[in-house]
Each structure stands twice: as structure tokens, then as C-alpha cells.
Design a protein around this ligand. Structure first.
Ligand SMILES: C[S@@+](CC[C@H](N)C(=O)[O-])C[C@H]1O[C@@H](n2cnc3c(N)ncnc32)[C@H](O)[C@@H]1O
Length: 140
């Protein structure tokens, strides 16, 4: 796969397309993301995210940080004021890309391995994609 960008698998993509720019359309106003965070309020399971075509994972990492803040902002103060500890939001995220070199870079840059994993998967391969989704959701 190296040396070709047939599938949009650009290397060093975020050197030319700043993450902030990539995210601007979904973070501006961020009403949509706020609603998603609101809907998750009170849920006992982790907040889960899939990044399909994650390239080197920069956007996946940035999205985790954005959603953590939004989830935090949605949490109510504890009913008992003496119990001031509010649990941190639990996030499970995963990024896939068909380019092994990009995934290898994503793994090396991953500063949140406890929340985020990366895998080489071609999402047009129905069986591989289904197996990956089932395994990811099963581990959450
Ligand atoms: C233009 S980049 C966008 C990266 C990132 N989603 C973003 O918005 O910044 C598209 C990515 O999708 C990946 N991709 C294309 N076809 C794919 C497929 N069938 N399965 C998995 N990843 C794919 C490419 O390798 C590339 O990294």
C-alpha cells in the first residue's frame, strides 16, 4: 500500500490539513456533539466511538478530548454534597484504516492507549469489518 494514495491514504496528511480545520465543521457551535453527550448521560456503558478511515489517528485523539470535555460538562453534581467525587467519563474508541503504515504511525502517536486502539481493517471487506465491529463492541 505504501507509495500509493489510491484510497485517499495520504501519509503526513495532518501536516497539510490541520486537525483543528478538519474538526471545525463539527465543533463549531458543537450543538450536535452536545446532544450526543446529553443522550449518553446516565448510561452505564462506556461512551464508544469508531473512526472509520482514521489515517494517522490525530482526529481520533482530538475527538476523544472534545467528547471527554462535553461528557464532563453534562454530568450533574452529586446529590450528596459530602460525596464530591464525580467519576470521570469512560470512553472507548477505535480507529481503523486500510493502510498498515498509517495505523502503525497512529499506534506510535497514541497518547490514550487505555481509551483508544487502532487496527488495520478494510471497511469494504464486509466480513472483516463485521468481525472488527463485533469484537470492539464486545470488549466495551
Ligand atoms: C482523506 S483521509 C481522511 C482521514 C480522517 N478521517 C480525517 O477526516 O482527517 C481518508 C482515510 O480513509 C482511509 N480509507 C479509505 N478507504 C478505506 C477503506 N476501505 N477502509 C478503511 N480505511 C479507508 C484512507 O486510508 C485515509 O487514511
Amino acid at each position: 500500500m505504501s507509495g500509493t494514495t489510491l484510497y485517499g491514504n495520504f501519509h503526513n496528511y495532518y501536516k497539510f490539513n490541520a486537525v483543528e480545520e478538519r474538526l471545525r465543521c463539527i465543533t463549531e457551535g458543537s450543538q450536535c456533539l452536545r446532544c450526543i453527550a446529553q443522550e449518553h448521560m446516565g448510561a452505564s456503558e462506556p461512551f464508544t466511538m469508531l473512526d472509520l478511515g482514521c489515517n494517522e489517528g490525530d482526529v481520533s485523539l482530538a475527538m476523544i478530548a472534545i467528547m471527554r470535555e462535553l461528557l464532563r460538562s453534562q454530568r450533574q453534581a452529586p446529590l450528596d454534597p459530602s460525596n464530591s467525587i464525580v467519576a470521570e467519563p469512560v470512553i472507548r474508541a477505535s480507529g481503523i484504516d486500510l493502510d498498515g503504515e498509517l495505523i502503525s504511525r497512529a499506534v506510535n502517536k497514541n497518547t490514550r492507549p487505555e481509551e483508544l486502539s487502532f487496527e488495520v481493517v478494510d471497511l469494504t471487506n464486509e466480513l472483516a469489518f463485521r468481525t472488527y465491529v463485533q469484537s470492539f463492541l464486545g470488549s466495551c
